[in-house]
Design a protein around this ligand. Sequence first.
Ligand code: ZN
Length: 220
Amino acid sequence: GQDTAEDKDGKPSGKIVHLTFDDGPGEHTQHLLDILNRYGVKATFFVTHAFPMYEDRIGEEAAAGHSIGIHTYSHDFAKIYADDKAFWKDIEKMQEIVVKETGQRTNLMRFAGGSSNTDSAAYTQGIMTLLTKQAEKKGWHYFDWNVSSGDGGNDSTSESVITRITSQIQDHDESVVLCHDTKENTVNAMEYLIPWLLDNGYTLLPLTPDSETAPHAVLN
Ligand code: ZN
């Protein structure tokens, strides 16, 4: 099982990897769920309203034991970072979908762009400082990442995703890996990456409210 993954010498590496998938669910999410299920691995999904016809996958994710967090309903920086009221309205709209699909609220979240993104300043100066404070007061546990698969743009390949993740996770005892289940190449990379991680003694765990928050690493 995932809690007793051992390396070739029979010793656990002691390193923990949290695979996290943003921006879905979408057309590739079912393939990802099948891969995760095949290896008995649990991940974390930061969900959006980008592809409404796939929203029932949120229920499947939860039923399979993966963690569900809210990413954003619209992912539209101009809207959500216009002011704090607009931001929390967007989050609550996504929360309603999560409740509809899973039967319960979540208190996990990942800010669009990460908690210290600078793009939001184009709409409201200092809004991330305000929103992160409000999030803590409201009881949200928000997560950034310390490893990026580099799949945020359109030029990543399955090979580049695998190379970036396997090289960066060496530097951390606990990695929070940013991926997007909306990217076909990323999902295909998991076919190779997940068995590799297990064979090399990594322990794959979903994020929970008790997980340590990884510092925000710059994307790409
Ligand atoms: Zn996103």
